[in-house]
Write a protein that binds this ligand. Structure first.
Ligand code: ITT
Length: 193
């Protein structure tokens, strides 16, 4: 058996890393996944893809081999017209889940989605690639569940309409989540190496 290569996920978020590691383990790849807790430059831009690609570029001189970064966000399409979206990180740190709930009255008709954009630097082809994923749902009128992180306890995915992401196990969330879907595309890309 040939020796495994390293692939690095640059993130300071240990929950994200744990989700990604679970999917990597299931896929049985020729890569070993390692977390690199470095601080890529996070620009304020109008799309998570732009943020992710900038993060990727900002790390080029600091990593040897293949590596990826991710940018994700919660978009409350109704009634908040996509807020917090690209501001998800700042909004979570400031007003948090309680603050988001206070902005919404019409929970029943709320429409929301999470988006994930993974940007990969693939060493053997010297290429940068982007993989995206999305999950649609609504906002829970109450904070529910202790699993996951961030906005998980207020997001109800359409595929599991009785539970928030905070009430799902890592495995259940990964099956339908924005990150799980983006990562499945990345895994498909590196699977036959
Ligand atoms: P990085 O180090 O990878 O950048 P981060 O925690 O700063 O980690 P992002 O900028 O990608 O992550 O995410 C913006 C915010 O959106 C983040 O602070 C979380 O609160 C929230 N978020 C992202 N993915 C989420 C998920 O799967 N479930 C719940 N909240 C999520």
């Amino acid at each position: 058996m040939t020796e495994k290569k390293d692939i690095f996920f640059i993130t300071g978020n240990t929950h994200k890393f744990a989700e990604v590691l679970d999917l990597f383990k299931q896929a049985n790849l020729s890569y070993d996944l390692k977390q690199l807790d470095l601080k890529p430059i996070e620009i304020q831009a109008d799309s998570i893809a732009k943020v992710a690609l900038y993060k990727l570029e900002s790390m080029k001189d600091q990593v040897i081999g293949s590596y990826f970064v991710e940018d994700a966000g919660l978009f409350v399409d109704y009634p908040l017209k996509g807020f917090p979206g690209v501001y998800s990180s700042y909004v979570f740190k400031t007003i948090g889940n309680e603050g988001i709930l206070q902005l919404i009255k019409d929970f029943k008709n709320s429409i929301a989605h999470f988006s994930s954009c993974i940007a990969l630097y693939h060493d053997s082809s010297d290429k940068s690639l982007v993989f995206t994923g999305r999950v649609d749902g609504k906002i829970s009128p109450k904070i529910k569940g202790t699993h996951g992180f961030g906005y998980d306890p207020i997001f109800i995915p359409n595929e599991r309409p009785k539970k928030t992401f905070g009430e799902l196990s890592k495995k259940e969330k990964n099956k339908i989540s924005h990150r799980g879907r983006a990562l499945t595309k990345l895994i498909e890309f590196i699977k036959y190496e």
